[in-house]
Ligand binder design. Structure first.
Ligand SMILES: Cc1cc2nc3c(=O)[nH]c(=O)nc-3n(C[C@H](O)[C@H](O)[C@H](O)COP(=O)(O)OP(=O)(O)OC[C@H]3O[C@@H](n4cnc5c(N)ncnc54)[C@H](O)[C@@H]3O)c2cc1C
Length: 443
């Protein structure tokens, strides 16, 4: 039998792959049936997606009202929104449960899995396993700030505890998650301040970062501002920084994620508790594999899923390695600010504001139609990166990432016919880059 700990994207995909290949598979998920789907479904991608859908609707209505084309702007009913979101999450969880079981996986809910080297338990029960996969995911990092335990201090994991919209929200962190929640809550009408210990979105392409800041126009962003404590008697009411005190009736901790590896003993781990694996997802212990967020960044669902498949295939005797190049990512604000960047040093690049089309046409007066960017090798024209910020940006970045993996160059786009109107800037830029390079190389 193969035992998998954790029913998030990594563990679930690995379990389905193994069961479909005829293996006996037991998936141990510490949450109830509510747990299947992991952080992605319950406190990560899906809640951001659900709340962002509403925020974009409100945002669009506001812009259209300013232009005089509609006369009302909807307001969110936050408690109802959370209830409906929870119902839909449960529906998706039951679909995932059914899909996993029908692939032949046995699921054990409500038990915490534990590992000591090769020995594996589900609760108090020791299990016999020929191979084990640890896919226990990650959780929000809790910075050691005095007051972090006060009611009114939330993370993405405890968001449903926030029953009402606060008036003033302080978001601690400078990451994508901080940006996404800032957009949501400021669009919902909260007065939001981001307090970033260093540069806001510091690992993001500079054009995408500038656009994100533009799309967060209602949010105060304070960089290089560490929070030293959270004030309040019965609940959080302020945050303290070296620059002074800031009132806040909700404090959102978005200070990153940490691997859930406390229950995994005897495996080699890194400085942040991430389980160390090789490119086949093998840990330091024979026949014990690990995948997903528990092995550390980039903390992305598609990467977690892919790692799960790689682990499963290696257990099945199909040698397979993981390649971390060409990983697309996105920041969900008014638009999808998507990108896939491999290389910038010594590369050529072209950038234009996103052309107006469906989903951004009415943003023209405000100059908020997104952007397109291509980065390419100036000699060969091979694509080294793209940014597609606009409606459908995530879709474009995913496909472009795949073409980059296949070593496509800007010249390959000469034959490409795009859909118009759409967020088609990257294709046009690639064609233009091709003509520029050809002209230059003729000289
Ligand atoms: C706010 C937020 C937004 C995000 N947005 C995106 C996004 O837009 N796009 C994207 O690609 N990624 C996003 N992510 C990241 C994404 O959610 C994770 O990368 C993904 O969920 C990782 O999957 P996983 O299976 O490794 O772990 P998890 O999803 O964390 O699942 C791990 C599972 O293991 C279970 N478990 C833990 N310990 C044990 C144990 N000892 N025994 C048994 N079960 C255990 C947990 O209950 C959980 O169900 C977001 C994350 C957050 C926090």
């Amino acid at each position: 039998m193969i035992v998998i700990l954790g029913g998030g994207p990594a563990g679930r995909l690995a379990s389905i792959r193994l069961a479909s290949a005829g293996k006996e598979v037991l998936l141990v998920e510490q949450g109830g049936i509510k747990g299947i789907g992991g952080q992605c479904l319950h406190s990560g991608c899906m809640p951001v997606c659900a709340l962002n859908d509403i925020a974009r609707l409100i945002h669009a209505a506001r812009e259209l009202k300013d232009l005089g084309v509609v006369d009302t702007v909807p307001a969110p009913d936050f408690p109802v929104l959370l209830t409906r979101m929870g119902e839909i999450q449960q529906k998706i969880a039951s679909i995932l449960d059914e899909e996993t079981r029908s692939a032949g996986v046995e699921i054990m809910y409500g038990r915490t899995g534990r590992l000591a080297g090769r020995t594996v338990w589900a609760g108090d029960e020791q299990l016999k396993a020929e191979s084990v996969i640890a896919a226990t995911g990650s959780r929000p990092f809790m910075p050691e700030i005095p007051g972090a335990g006060l009611p009114g201090v939330i993370t993405s994991g405890t968001l449903p505890a926030m029953k009402e919209l606060p008036e003033k929200m302080a978001i601690i962190g400078g990451s994508v998650v901080a940006a996404e929640f800032a957009y949501i809550f400021s669009t919902f009408g909260c007065d939001v301040t981001i307090l970033s210990r260093s540069t806001f979105l510091k690992d993001t392409d500079r054009h995408i970062r500038a656009l994100a800041i533009k799309e967060l126009e209602g949010v105060t962003i304070r960089e290089n501002t560490p929070v030293t404590s959270i004030g309040g008697k019965e609940r959080a009411s302020s945050v303290l920084t070296p620059d002074g005190e800031l009132e806040a009736d909700a404090v959102f901790l978005a200070a990153g994620l940490v691997p859930n590896s406390g229950s995994l003993e005897g495996l080699k781990k890194g400085a942040h508790g991430e389980v160390v694996v090789d490119n086949r997802m093998r840990t330091s212990v024979a026949e014990v594999y690990a995948c997903g967020d528990v092995v550390g960044p980039p903390y992305l669902t598609p990467v977690a899923r892919h790692q799960g498949i790689v682990a499963a295939d290696n257990i099945l005797g199909i040698p397979r390695t993981i390649d971390y190049r060409n990983i697309p990512r996105s920041i969900s604000l008014t638009h999808e600010l998507a990108s896939c960047i491999n290389e910038t040093d010594g590369m050529g690049s072209l950038v234009i504001p996103g052309p107006a089309g469906p989903g951004s046409f009415w943003s023209v007066p405000r100059g908020k139609t997104g952007l397109s960017k291509v980065i390419f090798d100036p000699e060969s024209g091979e694509l080294a990166g793209i940014c597609a910020a606009g409606p459908g940006g995530g879709l474009i970045a995913g496909y472009m990432a795949f073409l980059m993996k296949k070593h496509f160059s800007v010249h390959d786009f000469e034959e490409f016919i795009e859909v118009h109107p759409s967020t088609d800037g990257v294709y046009g830029l690639a064609k233009y880059a091709s003509s520029v390079l050809k002209k230059r190389n003729k000289k």
